[in-house]
Design a protein around this ligand. Structure first.
Ligand code: ARG
Length: 438
């Protein structure tokens, strides 16, 4: 069933029909497609292009189709070319000939563009909601676990931090992720309806009316651009890719830290799986899947950038490839945000082990150097003295704070009794991270 055919002598090959059909995936746009058509019809009646009667009848038909799809009476299936054909042909079945007037002053090119923008806006805000939920969880587990742990550079123990400070780094990343998405939504917030195929229309339509009716800030400025712009999809996919990169880094850390080698955290049974052969195994599959699925989101971004790079203005069928990439990435990001929220809200931090790792890691070496600087030594010289002390401690299997004052004085006469308080981990945190982090 098609919306075209008048100029053809032969019918389409079945192979081509299947190859061309997008109903299997653009069925997700049913709501946006009907809303877009409703706004269009209201505008056509208002501008006198359709009579009030015609407008009313088409609106009622569209409304009944929407209701029947939502209550399951009308299934989106069959040999329709796309969701636009599906809705229009069903409308003709329901209300008869007048339905054929719906597509006056419109093309599927501006129709699909308006559907996609409406859908992307709605779904982007759903992602923002999930980001906010994850942020709330991060804040909560940070507050519950304001405990000492080693901070790393080069994955080597570096300086003392708290679990709270560590996990709140992801809170900051997610704040930027949220801003990026909201910014993308703001940029895409223009209506392409009325651009028609590429050149607008000679009908005296009102693009401001449809823009407002559909909740857009304004109509787009240029017709060719309006129907062939997919920047907003690419931008959202870039934002999704950055979010996945953040979730993947966090996943990598959770995988490492839940291993017996670190044993800093315990991922709950609810978000772990077992091995079919090794009875002792508890695997961090949820985090591994998030890390793995990052690849497909990056892939979608690359795929669409590549699809778009050689397309002449305005619409070309290549652009039908935008949807599956977007849907796949959208589903991925929504499930990964929810799974990460599940992992974190049930995570246990092994405070004893993070503290032991701090003790064994010379994590107060920088503070010990700062102590000598306080007493008047140049930092570079202090760095060398403490380096020698670390070497000595490694030999004796001791921490810096385990050394007697006499031992310390052998390295520098500047050491006094107050050094032990100065390099105490809790004091270090109080002077640094805890003072600077609200
Ligand atoms: N399924 C098409 C797409 O996703 C809808 C637009 C069709 N326009 C056209 N001129 N064939 O891009």
């Amino acid at each position: 069933m098609k919306l075209w055919g008048g100029r053809f002598k032969k019918s389409e090959s079945k192979l081509m029909e299947d190859f061309n059909s997008s109903l299997g995936f653009d069925r997700r746009f049913y709501r946006e497609d009907i809303e877009g058509s409703m706004a269009h019809v209201k505008m056509l009646s208002k501008c006198g292009i359709l009579s009030q009667e015609e407008g009313k009848s088409i609106l009622a038909g569209l409304k009944s189709i929407l209701e029947d799809i939502e209550n399951g009476k009308l299934k989106i299936e069959g040999d329709y070319e796309d969701i636009h054909s599906f809705v229009e042909i069903n409308l003709i079945d329901r209300i008869g000939q007048v339905a054929k007037k719906l597509h006056t002053a419109r093309s599927r090119n501006d129709q699909v563009a308006v559907d996609f923008r409406l859908y992307a806006k709605r779904k982007a805000l759903e992602v923002v909601e999930d980001i906010e939920i994850l942020q709330a969880t991060i804040k909560e587990i940070g507050q519950q676990n304001n405990v000492i742990m080693p901070g790393y550079t080069h994955l080597q123990r570096a300086q003392v931090i708290t679990f709270k400070h560590y996990i709140m780094a992801y809170y900051s990343m997610l704040s930027r992720d949220k801003k990026r998405i909201l910014n993308a939504v703001e940029i895409m917030d223009e209506s392409p309806l009325g651009c028609c195929a590429l050149a607008g229309t000679t009908y005296d339509i009102d693009r401001n009316f449809t823009a407002k009716e559909l909740g857009f800030k304004k109509p787009v400025d240029n017709f060719l651009d309006g129907v062939s712009d997919r920047d907003y999809v690419i931008e959202i996919l870039s934002d999704f890719s950055i979010i996945m990169m953040h979730l993947s880094r966090l996943s990598e850390e959770l995988i490492l830290w839940s291993s017996k080698e670190f044993d800093f955290v315990q991922i709950d049974d609810e978000f772990s799986t077992g091995s079919s052969i090794m009875p002792q195994k508890k695997n961090p599959d949820a985090a591994e899947l998030i890390r793995g699925k990052t690849g497909r989101v990056y892939g979608s971004l690359m795929a669409l950038l590549t699809t778009m790079k050689g397309i002449p203005l305005a619409y070309n069928k290549d652009m039908q490839e935008d949807k599956e990439q977007f849907f796949n990435s959208l589903d991925t990001i929504l499930s990964c945000l929810k799974i990460m929220n599940g992992i974190l809200s049930t995570l246990k931090v092994n405070e004893k082990n993070t503290f032991n790792a701090v003790k064994k890691g010379f994590l107060n070496a920088t503070e010990a150097a700062d102590y000598l600087v306080d007493k008047g030594m140049a930092f570079r010289d202090a760095h060398k003295v403490i380096g020698e002390i670390v070497l000595y401690c490694e030999d004796k299997n001791k921490s810096i704070e385990d050394l007697s004052l006499e031992e310390l004085k052998n390295f520098s006469p500047l050491f006094g009794k107050d050094v032990y308080g100065f390099i105490d981990y809790e004091n270090t945190l109080n002077r640094g991270i805890k003072k600077n982090l609200k």
